[in-house]
Design a protein. Structure first.
Length: 279
């Protein structure tokens, strides 16, 4: 990734903390309504602590990861302590990323992509998106996202965030393709997204599931499926794909939008996939 991840993560984490410092701790996060302002601050803190420890210990197995999670220190109760712990956590993560090459082994939650590089990429976008959450929570305009980071952030959703969900489909489920969507970023290459739903009844308790999933296709699907197209700037599509479309009305340099056209069934399938969200 031709992006200065260290600088981006540092700056975005600091901007998040600054935006939240004077916000009521119980203020709801518009883009993650189940979270308060302090929940958002804690989320970034524990994410940075967790990945710093993954890299510091060289963890590559699920057992090692479980041990790291079990050893996590409790969340501070006071805002000032939480702010200080965030700063320490971010520093620890950046120190590990600065000391390691992308090719070095490290555990990641998507089996197809392992190593330090995917952690570097994930944390670049996580810090950026949660900074957007923080600015919205504080009632601020959403400051700019670098165009390269926005394009890479859209790619990250298409290549990692959505397809990873296929690894978690249970073996008792039925997977059914339901739509194909052409994603068309301005100034970039169009890509086809296949959307499916996995359905089934969980044997242990009889609970019914019907869940949308998506992953990239090599091109237009050969089978007849409802189709749609979505277009916009890289920044608009990035925020939309991460489930932050409401931020597009509050951009500091003017509102933007994404344009979705096509078969109503394909549009409904796409909206259901977006609604799954990303924390």
């Amino acid at each position: 990734m031709d992006i200065d991840a260290i600088t981006t993560i540092r700056h975005e984490a600091e901007r998040l903390a600054t935006a939240l410092t004077l916000v009521d701790p119980g203020q709801r996060v518009p883009t993650c309504p189940e979270w308060t302002a302090d929940d958002l601050l804690w989320h970034l803190t524990e994410v940075h602590e967790f990945w710093a420890e993954i890299l510091a210990t060289g963890a590559t197995t699920e057992d090692e990861v479980r041990a790291i999670r079990a050893a996590r220190a409790a969340r501070p109760g006071e805002r000032e302590a939480l702010l200080q712990r965030r700063a320490t956590a971010t520093g620890a993560l950046l120190a590990q990323l600065e000391a390691r090459a992308d090719e070095e082994p490290a555990w990641f939650w998507f089996a197809e992509q392992q190593g330090v590089g995917i952690t570097r990429r994930m944390q670049t976008h996580e810090a950026t998106i949660h900074r957007v959450d923080a600015e919205l929570t504080a009632g601020h305009s959403v400051s700019a996202i670098d165009s390269r980071i926005a394009a890479a952030g859209l790619d990250h959703v298409l290549e990692v965030m959505w397809p990873a969900a296929y690894e978690w489909i249970p073996d008792w489920a039925v997977l059914t393709p339901v739509a194909a969507v052409e994603v068309r970023p301005q100034g970039g290459s169009a890509r086809w997204l296949g959307i499916s739903r996995w359905t089934g009844t969980r044997p242990r308790d009889g609970q019914e599931f019907d869940v949308p999933v998506g992953r990239l296709l090599d091109g237009p699907p050969a089978e007849e499926l409802p189709r749609a197209g979505v277009g916009g700037s890289a920044r608009a599509l990035c925020l939309w794909a991460w489930g932050r479309e409401q931020a597009l009305e509050h951009l500091a340099d003017g509102a933007q939008s994404v344009r979705i056209q096509g078969d109503p069934e394909a549009i409904a399938a796409l909206e259901a996939l977006i609604a799954e969200g990303h924390d």
